[in-house]
Design a binder for this molecule. Structure first.
Ligand SMILES: [Zn+2]
Length: 99
């Protein structure tokens, strides 16, 4: 018998987006209920640019994602919508996990 473990999280459990600097690996989390901060354009630790200014299409997409996510939460959908985490663990009970 093979069982598949799946992980689901509710929309309320998503609280922020975490960014990690590719240069110094400093991490910054912005809250989902806040507007996209202009301080995110450069690393707060090493000052390397993360984006090419406020008109960088990636900045716009991130802002649109946060706006759409917050709108989705406010819909109070019935039935409720959960998010599934893709890194599910597959466990084979027949082998007792000794693969
Ligand atoms: Zn950095």
């Amino acid at each position: 018998m093979t069982a598949e473990n799946r992980l689901f999280i509710t929309l309320d459990e998503i609280t922020g987006l975490r960014f990690e600097c590719a240069h110094c690996h400093a991490k910054l989390t912005i809250l989902m209920n806040n507007a996209f901060p202009s301080s995110l354009l450069t690393c707060m630790n090493c000052r390397k640019p993360w984006f090419e200014g406020e008109h960088d299409s990636r900045v716009k997409v991130i802002g649109l994602f946060v706006t759409a996510f917050n709108q989705l939460k406010q819909l109070e959908l019935k039935p409720p919508v959960d998010l599934e985490i893709s890194n599910s663990v597959v466990f084979d009970h027949a082998s007792n996990g000794k693969d």
